[in-house]
Design a protein around this ligand. Structure first.
Ligand code: ADP
Ligand code: MG
Length: 724
């Protein structure tokens, strides 16, 4: 079947589509967390003492003794078996953004041929998946390639169903035989501990007596595209690269803004409701869904949870998005820029820190002391983004996200902080010493009453900022849609820990030399703003003026590509940051650099190869057959004495030639080896391979607008974006 036929068949299929039948919806109370072995389930299944120990472990991170682990394992097994489970799996999160699992049966056989089930505390606690094929950045020599998983009791186990069975999933960490982190969960847990330690110092200096364990929270807004699966199967680029490598802009794109928050197409709503019921059963609090800006683009946002659980849930959510979409005849694209010329997809990571005794520390609060603590934590974030901006940029760097950052309607590749008018003014006043100057006993009253009136959800939201304060949390908006939220959360927690240590040191001295606590706090914040206030920006982050000011006047860095961004991981101050906070050892950090760089290089090389193949085997043949139709017709017309304008044929021929020239150039550089460093290899991908890919695409997309529609092999943008 030729490409154009499969395109037309796809359209017929879609027009004849039968609605997918889903089970009748159950009320939330009946399905909520039914597949989760959470504290509520454990309270019923465990003895009082075992439950108390587990609860303490979940809430404070304290170690669990082996005897209790045995009791928990037995209860977990019974609960799972009652749900039809025969296999269990330690689920873990390797450095590639993926989710990994290896399944083992509960079954053991005995000498008379019978079979029983077994699951002990030690089986629960530790698995040995080996997993030696995951990239590990030279952390594992092949002769010591063992990798271990260990149960993370702070994230609840759950059951995953298929049509034909169920598996017990046990959230786990993944580490090497030598004890180094090989995953995205270990550093997240460590970064939380580092933040907890530093935050406690500041809180006790502020006179807080009872301070519960602090934890970071995360609410992630996930954007995605849905494409009809019938089309997707005739687009090798969507299948292998998750994005279109070719595609001319459709006559209508997103310029009418008629999709954003519009009525959700019924077929998509049926999908969303099915998907959200699955989330509810797994205890994931789906809260908001709507159409996004681009045609075919949507968003789902669960309610926020502790960062570790939210991060596990986010991975599960991405898995379920893809699986459920498939059932509904869609391909779900999590790629950051699946279509050129329309909005890409991000994942806004809403982040705050808090505990049971002081509450959310990024909430201004209602008493003067809460206000001061809020100012310190907010100041700590400002300093963090200023000092570690390049690190934050590295934490969201990927080949895919590079297409989005700095492009239309996406955050720029310059890290700045948006505070909102009121808070920005307050911090600038602190910087200018204004709060001190007006001091007549009432200094702080002025400052504080300003905050007390601070509106939680100021109307002046700034959508152009990569890092924005939104009333009681910060929103990191530059994170890519397919990325694990762990990297950004680790970076934010760790930079906060560092800033809080910086603050604690100065606050101690300042308290000793000031007449009041508020004076002491303002002094520290003034120094902080003098050094780091440059990162605060409330204007239009998309404007070219900001790109100039940021770099020339503010001394901020514009870091457009992953090749420029990742080397930040090797900077001495970053190595030191992770080392002193205990989040990643220098070896662990270096391995991450290697893995991320390798992923970047591989994804560009794979795309380039695919592009060459598609250009040669799909686009060239269809353009040539069109050209041969044209020339035959022109010649035939000439035979009967009709003069036909040859310019169209000449233009098509010229575009074919230009495309094939670019294809030849691109082929010649793919897989080039022998670079002096990984950094050089990345730069080659960014500065040589990518521009050649753009060149191929330019000519191919021009051909798409010239070749007869019925000959064109690839489903077009209008079909991919508008058929639902
Ligand atoms: P918007 O699109 O206006 O940014 P959404 O309602 O789509 O807002 O998403 C906001 C996200 O922020 C949700 O996941 C929400 O639960 C989360 N969130 C709210 N408060 C906090 C907080 N204190 N800490 C972390 N996340 C939060
Ligand atoms: Mg939103």
């Amino acid at each position: 079947m030729s490409g154009n036929q499969s395109r037309i068949l796809a359209i017929t299929e879609i027009n004849n589509l039968e609605p997918v039948t889903v089970e009748l919806p159950e009320p939330l109370s009946k399905i909520w967390a039914t597949d989760v072995f959470n504290l509520a389930t454990m309270e019923e299944a465990l003895s009082k003492n075992a439950f108390k120990a587990m609860k303490n472990t979940v809430q404070t991170g304290a170690a669990l003794d082996p005897a209790t682990a045995d009791v928990v394992a037995a209860a977990m097994k019974d609960w799972a078996i009652s749900k039809g489970v025969k296999f269990f799996s330690h689920i873990f999160y390797p450095m590639t953004n993926a989710t990994a699992e290896k399944h083992d049966g509960f079954i053991i056989t005995n000498s008379d041929g019978g079979a029983i089930t077994e699951f002990t505390g030690s089986l629960l606690i530790k698995g040995e998946p080996d997993g030696s094929s995951f990239p590990n950045g030279s952390l594992r020599m092949t002769n010591a390639a063992r990798g271990y998983t260990a149960w993370d009791p702070s994230s609840p186990a759950y059951v995953m169903h298929t049509d034909n069975g169920a598996t017990l999933m046990i959230p786990s960490v993944f580490f090497s035989w030598t004890g180094e982190a090989l995953d995205k969960k270990i550093p997240l847990l460590r970064s939380n501990a580092a933040m907890d330690k530093a935050a406690k110092k500041v809180l006790s200096l502020m006179g807080e007596k009872e301070i519960a364990t602090l934890s970071s929270s995360c609410g992630a807004e996930q954007e995605y595209f849905l494409v009809d699966a019938n089309f997707a199967s005739s687009r090798p680029d969507l299948l292998l690269a998750g994005r279109t490598l070719f595609g001319a802009a459709p006559a209508k794109g997103q310029e009418f803004d008629d999709h954003y928050f519009g009525a959700i197409p019924e077929r998509v709503q049926v999908f969303m409701q099915d998907f959200e019921d699955k989330l509810y059963r797994l205890g994931i609090p789906a809260k908001t869904h709507h159409n996004e800006v681009a045609p075919g683009q949507f968003e789902i946002a669960p309610y926020f949870e502790s960062a570790n659980v939210a991060s596990d849930h986010q991975q599960l959510l991405m898995t379920l998005l893809k699986l459920t979409a498939k059932k509904h005849g869609f391909l779900c694209l999590l790629h950051e820029k699946p279509f050129a010329g329309v909005n890409g997809s991000g994942k806004h990571v809403n982040w705050s820190v808090g505990n049971a005794t002081q509450g959310n520390l990024l909430d201004p609060g209602s008493t003067p002391n809460e206000n001061l603590i809020f100012l310190l934590f907010c100041g700590a974030v400002i300093r963090g983004v200023h000092v570690f901006g390049p690190l934050l940029r590295a934490a969201i760097a990927s080949a895919a996200n590079d297409h989005r950052l700095g492009a239309n309607e996406a955050p720029p590749a310059i890290l700045s902080v948006y505070l909102g008018d009121q808070l920005e003014k307050l911090f600038l006043d602190i910087k200018a010493g204004k709060l001190n100057e007006t001091a007549k006993g009432g200094v702080m009253d002025l400052g504080l009453s300003q905050i007390l009136k601070f509106e939680r959800d100021p109307g002046d939201r700034n959508r152009t900022s990569p890092f924005a304060f939104t009333g009681n949390r910060f929103e990191f908006r530059a994170v890519g849609s397919s990325q694990s939220v762990s990297g950004p959360l680790v970076t934010m927690n760790t930079m906060l820990a560092d800033s809080l240590e910086w603050i604690a040191q100065r606050l101690e001295a300042s308290l000793a030399s000031s007449t009041s606590q508020s004076e002491a706090v303002i002094k520290v914040l003034q120094e902080l703003m003098e050094q780091h206030g440059n990162v605060v920006f409330g204007g239009d982050g998309y404007s070219s003026e900001w790109h100039r000011i940021a770099v020339e006047e503010r001394g901020l860095k514009n870091i457009p590509t992953t090749a420029d961004a990742l080397p930040a991981l090797l900077e001495p101050e970053v190595v030191e940051l992770f080392k002193k906070t205990g989040v990643l050892s220098p070896v662990e950090l270096a391995s991450r650099y290697e893995v991320y760089a390798e992923q970047y290089i591989l994804s560009i090389e794979v795309e380039a190869k695919l592009m060459v193949e598609m250009a040669k085997t799909m686009i060239y043949p269809s353009a040539m057959s069109y050209l041969s139709d044209l020339t035959a017709t022109i010649a035939g017309a000439g035979d009967v004495g009709i003069e036909v304008d040859k310019s169209v044929a000449s233009k098509v021929a010229a575009d074919i030639n230009s495309m094939m020239l670019a294809v030849a150039e691109l082929s010649a550089v793919i897989g080039k080896h022998g670079f002096d460093s990984t950094e050089d290899h990345m730069k080659f991908c960014a500065n040589t391979i990518r521009p050649l890919m753009d060149e191929v695409r330019l000519h191919a997309d021009t051909l798409e607008t010239e070749v007869a529609d019925d000959l064109w092999p690839l489903p077009k943008y209008r079909e991919l974006l508008f058929f639902r």
